[in-house]
Design a protein around this ligand. Sequence first.
Ligand SMILES: [Zn+2]
Length: 90
Amino acid sequence: MKAFPLIKHSGIKAALTGCIEVNDLLIKQVEKLQENPEHLKKLIAQAKIDNKGLQPYIKKSSIRKCLTCGTVNQSHPETSYCFVCDTDNW
Ligand SMILES: [Zn+2]
């Protein structure tokens, strides 16, 4: 069975496979965090240190909720990761 029958260029296929692998990795990391609240606490503590002196970017036009820690509309001004737990899980 071909997953992407229209794509013949192997470079593109490799890129797509790469994206899928990254996605799988992200899902696994989130599952790991949900199973392991201690690790989440560590991430939040580390983000607090890293973000010291910074103001979170508050988005008002739409609602963005971090699926890792539940923070709403507070992202890092430069990376746009969650300001509280420093994951990219919007
Ligand atoms: Zn978060």
